[in-house]
Structures are given as structure tokens and as C-alpha cells.
Design a protein around this ligand. Structure first.
Ligand SMILES: Cc1cc2nc3c(=O)[nH]c(=O)nc-3n(C[C@H](O)[C@H](O)[C@H](O)COP(=O)(O)OP(=O)(O)OC[C@H]3O[C@@H](n4cnc5c(N)ncnc54)[C@H](O)[C@@H]3O)c2cc1C
Length: 297
């Protein structure tokens, strides 16, 4: 369905017909009024163009723009959510589902670019959030961790290959590893907030230890509220007691047990460290999944 809000961003929306009417009327009433009509058209046209310019998206694909950090929340060991301000309070970071933004820091004279998949949703106005897992020797994550509110960071985008459409699958299997949960969360949020999307979703979320599971409470809360969403966890190092999830890396057995049935009507999306993506894709293909029904972020 066409998004009518897009029309408002087009500077000449609602201007062609009034211009033709004014010019037609001028010709009927007398050509001597033409300079006044043209002056009127220029004023109204400029105001329309200004309105469209001021409503333009904060984010640009080709130009690095500065975004102010307005909040930082530590949510787990070495993991934080960073909130950046958009140009307008009513602006929503309108990026396609599962797409990411590029972030750039100039370190020792060299531009270091890294990618992050925003986790804020289509109703969050005025800001966007990225969830970042920090690495002890990570160049960019170290700089992000040192940021204070009020400082700015350069972003560009969006980028991405996923072309998600509602009801593209009857049952969607999602396999995430660690911070690979971020684009997967975008897909889940999109589906559960789109009433006409009836996709059943099953998430298999792999982590090293229980405390590494990012946003577990939020994910469990979604599973409680939405009967069409199910989540299962697997840990490389599970706790000695009180663990009813799976143990170890994602295996063929886990894929068979939790993922949708192999069918052209179903899909699997995978996101995690490169080795995990390669191994899980290979296992899914060996289980009979067609290449085109598997998407790796
Ligand atoms: C499309 C895309 C989307 C992404 N979205 C997110 C996101 O939403 N949140 C997020 O936290 N990250 C995300 N990443 C990863 C992110 O872009 C960076 O690679 C990460 O933040 C590390 O950057 P750095 O400069 O701190 O580390 P670097 O200086 O590049 O690496 C330093 C060391 O850190 C370790 N390291 C770095 N990355 C990883 C990794 N992924 N797994 C294991 N060890 C690693 C390695 O030991 C490495 O030698 C995404 C990556 C891609 C390609």
C-alpha cells in the first residue's frame, strides 16, 4: 500500500493543479495580471519547497550527518543502548526492516566505519537507538563507550539487502547469535506491529552464557503477549542448574526441532558472527532448505 506520508515529502505535491488553475484563471481575466500570478506562484512554491526541505530525513545514504547522543543505557556485560536525536521531534527513523546504518569515527587520521542495526521501532519519534556490544580491543566500540551525552557521532544510511514484505512466509524461523539479535529484533517488531502480517515466528537465540543473552526480558515479554511468537535459547556454557534451554552451538537437531518445516512457504533468517552464519546456513541447506528461502544478514 502506498504510504501517503511520502507524498508530503515531495516538494511539488499539491502544487501542479493550483498552478495550472491560477495560470488558466489569469489568462481568462487578463494577461496584465500575469506578473502578480507568477509572483504568487513563486512565493507559494518556495514555501512548499522549504516545508519539504525541513521535513527531509535526518539520515542520508551518501552524506555523513552528525547525530547528538541523548541517552546511554548499560543493559548487560559490555553492552549498551545508545540513543541519538533526530532533526525533528515527530521524525521516525524510517528505514526498511532489517537494514542498518553506518557509523564513522576518525581514529588516528583514518575513518573507521562500522555498521549497526537500529532497534528502535516505527513508533519511536524523535530519536533512534542502537544496541552495541563492546569489545576490549574494539576501535569503534571503545570510542562509543567514551561518549558523553551532547556529543555527536557521524551516521549514514540506510543500507541492507533484506526486502521484507508482510506475509512473505507462513512461518518464519529466526536464528540469532549474540549481538546478531539486532536486525532480527527489527523483523520481529515489524511483524508484531503490523496487524495484517499473520506470520508465525520462532526465534532460536544462541549465546555463550546466560548473562550474555541481550534483551532477554523484553524478548520473553513479547513471547508472552504474542501467541504467534515463540523463543528458544541455547547456551555454549549453560548454568549448572535451572537451565531448561538447549546447550551448545546451533545444531541440525535444534533446527529441526524449532525452525519451521522445510517448505517453500516458510523462511529462515540468520544473523550472528560470520562463522555461525556459514555453519547454520550449511546445516539448513543439508536439511533440505532451498538457498532462496534462507537469508543471512
Ligand atoms: C550489517 C551489520 C550490522 C551490525 N549491527 C550491529 C549491531 O546492531 N550491534 C553491534 O554490537 N554490532 C553490530 N555489528 C558489528 C559492528 O559493525 C562492529 O563490527 C562491532 O561493533 C565491532 O567494532 P569495533 O570497531 O569495536 O571492533 P574492531 O576494532 O573492528 O575489532 C576488534 C576486535 O573485536 C572483536 N570483534 C569485533 N567484532 C566482533 C564480532 N562481531 N564478533 C566477535 N568478535 C568481534 C575481535 O576480536 C576483533 O579483533 C554489525 C555488523 C554488520 C556487518
Amino acid at each position: 500500500m502506498e504510504d501517503k506520508r511520502e507524498l508530503l515529502k515531495q516538494p511539488l505535491h499539491g502544487i501542479y493543479i493550483p498552478i495550472l488553475l491560477i495560470l488558466g484563471g489569469t489568462l481568462i481575466f487578463g494577461v496584465e495580471y500575469l506578473p502578480y500570478s507568477i509572483a504568487f506562484i513563486v512565493i507559494v512554491g518556495s514555501s512548499k519547497i522549504y516545508q519539504a526541505w525541513s521535513r527531509r530525513s535526518s539520515l542520508d545514504k551518501t552524506v555523513w550527518r552528525d547525530f547528538e547522543l541523548i541517552d546511554k543505557t548499560i543493559i548487560g556485560p559490555m553492552t549498551s543502548i545508545y540513543r541519538f536525536k533526530l532533526n525533528r521531534e515527530d521524525e521516525i527513523l524510517d528505514i526498511p526492516t532489517g537494514h542498518h546504518v553506518a557509523c564513522c569515527f576518525t581514529i588516528d587520521g583514518k575513518d573507521e566505519v562500522r555498521y549497526y542495526s537500529p532497534i528502535s521501532n516505527q513508533f519511536d519519534a524523535g530519536f533512534f537507538d542502537i544496541l552495541v556490544k563492546h569489545y576490549e580491543k574494539g576501535k569503534v566500540t571503545k570510542r562509543l563507550a567514551q561518549l558523553h551525552e551532547g556529543q555527536t557521532v557521524k551516521f549514514r544510511g540506510p543500507f541492507g539487502k533484506l526486502n521484507y514484505e508482510s506475509n512473505v512466509a507462513k512461518h518464519l524461523g529466526l536464528i540469532a547469535g549474540g549481538s546478531g539479535i539486532t536486525p532480527i529484533l527489527q523483523v520481529i517488531t515489524k511483524i508484531i506491529t503490523t496487524p495484517e502480517d499473520n506470520t508465525k515466528i520462532t526465534l532460536l537465540f544462541a549465546n555463550e552464557t546466560e548473562k550474555d543473552i541481550l534483551l532477554k526480558n523484553e524478548i520473553d515479554e513479547i513471547a508472552k503477549k504474542y501467541p504467534d511468537f515463540e523463543v528458544h535459547y541455547t547456551l555454549t556454557y549453560p548454568p549448572k542448574s535451572d537451565w531448561n534451554g538447549e546447550t551448545g552451538y546451533v545444531s541440525k537437531e535444534m533446527i529441526t526441532k524449532y525452525m519451521p518445516q522445510v517448505s517453500l512457504e516458510n523462511r529462515i533468517y540468520i544473523c550472528g558472527p560470520p562463522n555461525m552464519k556459514i555453519s547454520v546456513r550449511q546445516q539448513a541447506e543439508e536439511l533440505g532448505w532451498e538457498k532462496e528461502n534462507i537469508f543471512c544478514f
